[in-house]
Design a protein around this ligand. Structure first.
Ligand code: NAD
Length: 333
């Protein structure tokens, strides 16, 4: 199978590619604009594989996409390219609208024209897998039930609104044009190669550099954490076994308050890399003004993917976080 991955130089896309190249016979064509968020170093272990190909392409560029589809003739698309950082979307939403909405539209249209021209057998095998977020559902109050695939969309930030728009576009391309799509909505990821602007790597890097650990508001916001390699396996499982037109929630079943995440990072670092002054890293925690529109709680009900596709996360938050911290310490030594 030839899989066109968009955004494969990003945090999750690179984990998806590493997993597929290492564990399957499938071939990958990775297209990525190489924004500030990308890191081709995350693919260094697999770039020499003859099953892997990279092209620098912006998904907003229709001509380049047509050429890529014509040249490589993919059997499936895994669409991960996006602007992904909520704080940046609040400061400057334009790129989010461009890439996440217009870019997805562009990719859908090029995929549709390509798919419509395929012969019957290839046409029935083709899949367009759109990778999205739990943030499209908005937030939950303390006692609300977890998000299911039926939860109505209620995005809070320009980022989540742009992802919600892209989900709607993808779903409508199935309903209107019968493009064989699958959508996954996933909770917060963490793990190796995550950009330093996100909570967990930011806290680890600040701690190791003896900088303050800025926690938004009171730190009581709850996120559902999934180790990135578990997500990569889930995505491949959905691509292979998911049903056309369906949505699958993916999550770690690990709901933790942000402040607890930061304290756990400090406690693991206290053991693995004690500070020179022998104090705990938790002394560096500092509460800062909350993010506008900050969602209170996310929690994913993952029974559909567990029951129908037999996938469940392997890492607990404790084991995944420890691996992530060790990986980050190695980057600094
Ligand atoms: P990321 O920001 O680390 O990577 C995004 C990649 O997309 C980068 O390599 C970037 O260069 C590329 N890109 C951006 N604009 C592009 C464009 N116009 N054309 C081509 N490439 C472009 O993001 P991530 O954390 O790896 O997230 C990947 C996907 O998963 C996103 O769609 C995101 O919404 C979704 N998601 C992320 C999380 C999370 O916790 N990180 C959780 C659920 C869903």
């Amino acid at each position: 199978m030839k899989i066109l991955v968009t955004g494969g130089a990003g945090f999750i896309g690179s984990a998806v590619i590493r997993n597929i190249i290492k564990n399957t016979e499938d071939r990958i064509i990775n297209i990525d604009k190489l924004t500030y968020a990308s890191n081709l170093g995350s693919l260094k272990d697999i770039t020499s594989s003859d099953k892997y190909m990279f092209k620098k392409v912006d998904i907003c560029n229709e001509k380049d996409l047509v050429e890529i589809f014509g040249e490589y003739k993919p059997d499936a698309v895994m669409h991960l390219a996006a602007e992904s950082h909520v704080d940046r979307s609040i400061d400057d939403p334009k790129e989010f609208i461009k890439t996440n909405i217009f870019g997805t539209f562009n990719l859908l249209e090029v995929s549709r024209h390509y798919w419509e021209a395929l012969d019957k057998k290839l046409k029935s095998k083709f899949r367009f897998h759109h990778i999205s977020t739990d943030e499209v559902f908005g937030d939950l109050q303390k006692d609300d039930k977890k998000f299911t695939e039926q939860t109505p969309y209620k995005p809070s930030s320009p980022y989540s609104a742009s992802k919600a728009s892209s989900d709607h576009l993808v779903r409508s391309w199935n309903r209107t044009y019968e493009l064989p799509i699958i959508i996954t909505n996933c909770s917060n990821n963490y793990g190796p190669y995550q950009h330093d602007e996100k909570l967990i790597p930011l806290m680890i890097s600040n701690a190791l550099n003896e900088k303050k650990l800025p926690v938004y508001g009171n730190g009581e916001q709850i996120r559902d954490w999934l180790y990135v390699e578990d997500h990569a396996e889930a995505l491949y499982c959905v691509l292979k076994n998911g049903e056309i037109g369906q949505t699958y929630n993916i999550g770690g079943d690990n709901q933790v308050k942000n402040i607890e995440v930061v304290k756990e990072i400090c406690s693991v670092l206290d053991t693995l890399k004690p500070r020179l002054n022998n104090k705990s890293y938790s002394d560096l925690i500092s509460f800062v003004k909350d993010r506008p529109g900050h969602d209170i709680r996310y929690a994913m009900n993952i029974s559909k993917i567990q029951e129908e596709l037999n996938w469940k996360p392997k890492e607990s938050f404790k084991t995944g976080l420890k691996k992530t911290i060790i990986w980050n310490i190695e980057q600094y030594s």
